[in-house]
Design a binder for this molecule. Structure first.
Ligand SMILES: [Zn+2]
Length: 145
């Protein structure tokens, strides 16, 4: 655990939210769940790398209900993760997009916040079309230092 953290610090940016999302690690199926502290740290890293001199006052995230990420945990980790960064004291706003599925059998679309989704036609062969996102939607800054 400590070794993994040290390695990540040596290679800033190697562990971005975008990468996590693309890799499918945040797919919500639970077989490989990244801890919320690591997610929160990668969000903070992502913002500080793109806005190194900014004083951030608000960060708005989208954490889909099917993302497998616990919003209360991210909210809990945000304060400690932002200490001694440009995000210290920033407000965190989290949108939680609902899950949405499309049935491959009958093409119907329906809402579901459960990965165990069954279409009205009886098929479980469904694609998730919304609700798995983990995105930084907006960053509000108070001018550059
Ligand atoms: Zn169907």
């Amino acid at each position: 655990m400590a070794a993994a953290r040290a390695e990540r610090r040596e290679r800033p940016g190697a562990y971005t939210v975008e990468l996590l999302r693309k890799s499918g690690l945040l797919g919500g199926s639970g077989e490989f769940r990244v801890h919320e502290l690591a997610i929160t740290e990668s969000i903070v890293e992502s913002v500080t790398q793109r806005l190194p001199d900014a004083r951030v006052v608000c960060v708005r995230l989208a954490i889909g209900r099917l993302s497998g990420v616990s919003v209360p945990s991210v909210e809990f980790c945000f304060g400690p993760a932002t200490e001694d960064t440009g995000l210290a004291g920033a407000r965190l706003v989290v949108d939680e997009p609902a899950g949405r599925m499309r049935c491959r059998a009958c093409a119907a679309e329906f809402a579901s916040d459960d990965l165990f989704a069954v279409c009205d036609c009886g098929s479980m062969d469904v694609d998730v079309i919304a609700g798995q996102e983990l995105l930084i939607r907006a960053v509000e800054v108070r001018g550059h230092v």
